[in-house]
Write a protein that binds this ligand. Structure first.
Ligand SMILES: Cc1cc2nc3c(=O)[nH]c(=O)nc-3n(C[C@H](O)[C@H](O)[C@H](O)COP(=O)(O)OP(=O)(O)OC[C@H]3O[C@@H](n4cnc5c(N)ncnc54)[C@H](O)[C@@H]3O)c2cc1C
Length: 534
């Protein structure tokens, strides 16, 4: 093969692309992984600033029967610790240790909403039901990461007995595919209670996915050294297996008929197969189908229309803080992964109708109106707070603490403010408000102790990883989903209308996250290997 010719080229060095590259290189394919940034990992990435280690994307990992089996199968050692979760509303904080913690959750809600005890019990019944489904779903290691030919014990003792339970469970899960707001609305009439349970999920998150979070809280783990260690070990595996990697290289064109990709410097690379493990709208915008049959062209155009009509799901605003205060002060309050809501009132229409109407008339809205809305939004919101040092003390300078405070944020708001020319001012106002709310409520010791402070907006995410609308888990939840969204046909999620082009990662299947990105990365690699064996 000539220098720039490969069996498989993978575009996008996030966790999905790294997975595909590792598996294909391991099987002896000539592989090239192309990444536009200097670092690999995409949204699974850690970085250092002023002596503090922070996680840029996901704050901890959910195994989901996928990540640890994959590492084992690839022979990768990664030191991990449990990443326990705390939940807090106003002054009530509970630590989730095991299934029995559901009782503490019930008490917490009952103390805050004594008028809604029946509704709370109904919520608990539903969470327990869904936890049982999750026990089935993640009950065995994902068979995609097992050697079924040689591991007969797994095949006969685990997989075959599990399959009938899985099929029944999938049916039940599919019936819970409605938006969480609608699902809870059937039995929760107290609007504050409904908000508090659901407001840190993406708009219209399928009920099953949202209600399964209690199970997922118990599944979180954290690599020593930061979440980005997972990407680092995967990158090393690709190299160890002879895969080629190319960073700081942005792909700007795909010529489907010639099987070529072109980078910003006009360098072309030829492939037999391509895996696109990055934003899918980009793939459809930059691919030329010239020379392909009219049937494929039509299918491609149809898929393109569907993709471009849809948008990325909610994005996130993140405030990073370095604090001159020891870890112990924070350990006394909550675990290193903490979902906290300062007021039990709930966001109500603030992050929905009120924001939408402000955005629809943005030219007529003045700064004060936006800032007033921001006051309310930051006071009523739910925050995901991560303290990496509580999971691995080596991630902070002695006697100090790093905090990552984030919440779901609407891309269009940041975009419109930027166009109106006051983004920096807006970000500073937002940071101040978030700090004020957190200092006045759960972490008063932050006051006057902050030594490092900066933030990432949905626009930073869009710029850095090329994600449409700054989406952090792929597509927004809409009826007409442009990709596969049923677990029983997830193996089809990797196909595109062009036979030699596959898709993987958070845009290839919905709902997505790290485990699904890894799974689709592996499924795409498997398809290519199967095809090449034929
Ligand atoms: C704050 C936050 C919290 C999260 N919490 C969770 C959670 O609790 N659980 C969970 O499962 N998931 C969570 N996620 C989501 C999860 O991190 C992502 O879904 C997953 O990491 C996506 O991986 P990926 O490889 O599909 O895509 P990405 O990580 O987006 O990787 C795509 C890569 O492609 C590169 N690229 C893009 N365009 C090009 C181009 N033209 N040429 C070359 N390279 C290109 C990008 O730079 C990027 O590195 C969270 C994310 C964030 C940000």
């Amino acid at each position: 093969m000539s220098e720039n010719t490969y069996n498989t080229i993978i575009v996008g060095g996030g966790i999905a692309g790294l997975t595909s590259a590792a598996y294909l290189a391991r099987e002896g394919q000539k592989v090239l992984l192309i990444e536009k940034n200097k670092e690999f990992g995409g949204l699974v990435n850690s970085f250092a600033r002023d002596g503090f280690q922070f996680d840029a994307g996901v704050r901890a990992l959910i195994n989901a029967g996928i990540i640890l089996p994959m590492l084992k199968e690839l022979g990768i050692e990664l030191e991990v610790v449990k990443s326990p979760v705390s939940l807090g509303i106003e002054n009530e904080i509970i630590h989730i240790e095991n299934v029995e913690s559901l009782i503490k959750y019930r008490e917490l809600l009952a103390n805050l909403y004594p008028e809604s005890l029946e509704e709370i019990d109904e919520v608990l019944i539903n969470i327990r039901k869904i936890m049982k489904h999750m026990d089935v779903l993640y009950g065995i290691e994902n068979p995609v990461f097992k050697d079924l030919k040689n591991d007969r014990t797994f095949l006969f003792k685990k997989l075959l007995p599990w399959l009938p339970k899985f099929i029944t469970t999938v049916g039940k899960i599919n019936r819970l595919n409605m938006p969480i707001e609608d699902y809870l609305g059937k039995f929760v009439k107290n609007p504050s209670l409904l908000d508090i349970i659901s407001q840190h999920f993406f708009k219209k998150t399928p009920a099953f996915f949202a209600m399964s979070y209690f199970s997922l809280y118990l599944d979180y783990f954290y690599p020593k050294g930061g979440v980005g260690k997972l990407s680092e070990v995967m990158k090393m595996k690709v190299i160890e297996c002879g895969g080629e990697i190319k960073s700081e290289t942005k792909v700007i064109e795909v010529l489907a008929e010639k099987c070529l990709v072109k980078d910003e410097n006009n360098i072309t690379y030829k492939y037999d197969n391509l895996i696109w493990a990055a934003d899918l709208k980009t793939l459809y915008k930059i691919t030329s189908t010239e020379g392909l049959t009219s049937k494929i062209k039509t299918k491609f155009e149809e898929a393109k229309i569907k993709m471009l009509k849809n948008r990325g799901g909610d994005s996130v605003f993140t405030l990073f803080l370095g604090v001159d205060e020891p870890l112990e002060s924070f350990r006394k309050i909550a675990h290193g992964h903490f979902f906290y809501t300062p007021l039990k009132v709930g966001l109500g229409k603030t992050h929905r109708e009120e924001l939408d109407s402000m955005l629809d008339n943005f030219e007529k809205v003045d700064k004060d109106q936006v800032l007033n809305w921001l006051d309310k939004f930051t006071r009523l919101n739910t925050y995901e707070i991560s303290v990496p040092g509580l999971k691995d003390p080596d991630l902070v300078p002695p006697g100090k603490t790093g905090l990552i405070i984030s919440f779901l944020a609407e891309y269009d708001l940041f975009n419109k403010v930027q166009k109106a020319g006051w983004l920096d001012e807006f970000i500073a106002e937002l940071e101040n408000r978030v700090l004020g709310v957190i200092t006045d409520s759960v972490y008063p010791m932050l006051k006057d102790k902050i030594i490092t402070r900066f933030s990432f907006t949905p626009l930073s995410i869009e710029n850095r990883i090329g994600s449409s609308e700054g989406g952090i888990t792929g597509w927004a939840f809409q009826k007409d989903m442009p990709v596969v969204n049923k677990i029983q046909i997830s193996d089809r999620s990797v196909f595109t209308p062009v036979q030699s082009i596959f898709q993987a990662g958070q845009w290839a299947y919905s709902p997505a996250g790290v485990p699904m990105s890894i799974l689709t990365g592996k499924l795409a690699a498997d398809r290519i290997l199967k095809q090449s064996r034929r």
